[in-house]
Design a protein around this ligand. Structure first.
Ligand code: SF4
Ligand code: SF4
Length: 332
């Protein structure tokens, strides 16, 4: 097969200022992320943790300081992060896995559960946990929090970052509330929300739980919300049932689209998938993305411009792609 030729972008590529280049240091985030490695392994923590332990912690620190200096952004950053989980009740609630699934869905989508838009369940895999981390809890409940697309579309301005943090805050509150709901019924549960990294990567867990497929921009595309949502998670030993992955043709769509590639100021989104820790997938160039991300309130242009994120578009595109897949299957 003839390799696809990359059409040149028409806009100039953003160049990082010298002080940011200096902060980036000499360690490649792409190498840390396992680019071109053919063995499956646990991911290395690269951002949103103790900056003293991160190769690019200085960039994270500078970004956090800029957030705290901004009068609007400061208001949505969590300053009081304390939460004491309720004790695990001594008596376990007797219910079938299907009844448990209904109970956690009903709670998560209720006002007490912070009106979560997406709920799914996966069995955690060792390679989703960051190096040195693991969990014996057999299920992870994934939660998806819809973002206001009008706010997201202001990226890379600070209103987009405010909406991102509002939804991270809602996700963290939702994960903690659901974990308390489960614990008060006699099962163990830990809630985790962003932007802090937590023990595991949430994107592979959410894909497995049926939230959608990975897009070229490195985020999930969901059949209702596109990429306009954030994630939170609850690890638990409550007797649940894993939900099915949802494949509706995102991969094919991305192969013929380059909207995010062209819109990314530092040209961090490649037109082809690459090998990352034993899996060939879409992967953003961390070393190109991070300097712009840090200089522009967390950017978010790629998920904002993705056609699936435009309100009302994802269901229509998902239907089109599903019909295309069915026609192809019939022809084969
Ligand atoms: S977040 Fe911004 S810089 Fe990073 S890949 Fe997306 S568009 Fe590019
Ligand atoms: S903008 Fe296009 S190529 Fe990029 S993730 Fe969205 S659909 Fe895929």
């Amino acid at each position: 097969m003839t390799p696809k030729r990359r059409m040149e972008r028409t806009t100039p590529v953003w160049q990082a200022p010298d002080d940011v280049i200096e902060l980036m240091g000499s360690t490649s985030g792409n190498e840390l992320n396992g680019w071109n490695e053919d063995a499956v392994r646990q991911p290395t923590l690269v951002m949103w943790a103790n900056p003293a332990k991160l190769a690019h912690g200085a960039v994270q620190q500078r970004m956090t300081a800029e957030f705290m200096e901004h009068p609007d952004l400061r208001t949505v950053l969590r300053t009081d992060d304390r939460h004491t989980p309720v004790p695990v009740a001594e008596r376990q609630r007797a219910a079938t896995p299907d009844e448990w699934m209904s109970a956690i869905r009903d709670f998560a989508t209720s006002e007490a559960g912070h009106d979560v838009e997406l709920v799914g369940v996966a069995r955690p895999q060792p390679e989703w946990f960051f190096e040195g981390r693991k969990s014996e809890l057999p299920f992870v409940v994934m939660l998806g929090l819809a973002m206001n697309h009008g706010e997201l579309a202001t990226a890379p301005e600070h209103h987009s970052a405010m909406e991102v943090h509002r939804q991270y805050n809602r996700g963290t509150a939702a994960a903690r509330a659901l974990a308390d709901f489960i614990r008060s019924r006699g099962f163990d549960a830990e809630g985790h929300g962003g932007p802090g990294a937590g023990p595991m990567q949430m994107v592979p867990a959410a894909i497995e739980a049926g939230f959608g497929e990975l897009g070229k921009h490195g985020s999930i595309i969901n059949r209702e919300l596109g990429s306009s949502f954030r994630l939170a998670a609850v690890l638990t030993d409550a007797p649940l049932v894993a939900t099915e992955p949802d494949v509706f043709g995102v991969d094919d769509f991305c192969l013929g689209c380059r909207i995010c590639t062209d819109a990314c100021p530092p040209d961090a989104i490649a037109p082809d998938r690459r090998l990352v820790r034993g899996v060939t997938k879409w992967a953003v160039d961390f070393d190109r993305c991070l300097p712009y991300f840090a200089e522009s309130y967390g950017c978010g242009i790629c998920i904002a411009v993705c056609p699936w994120s435009k309100p009302g578009e994802a269901p229509r595109l998902a239907d089109n792609m599903t019909r295309k897949r069915e026609r192809r299957a019939e022809a084969d």
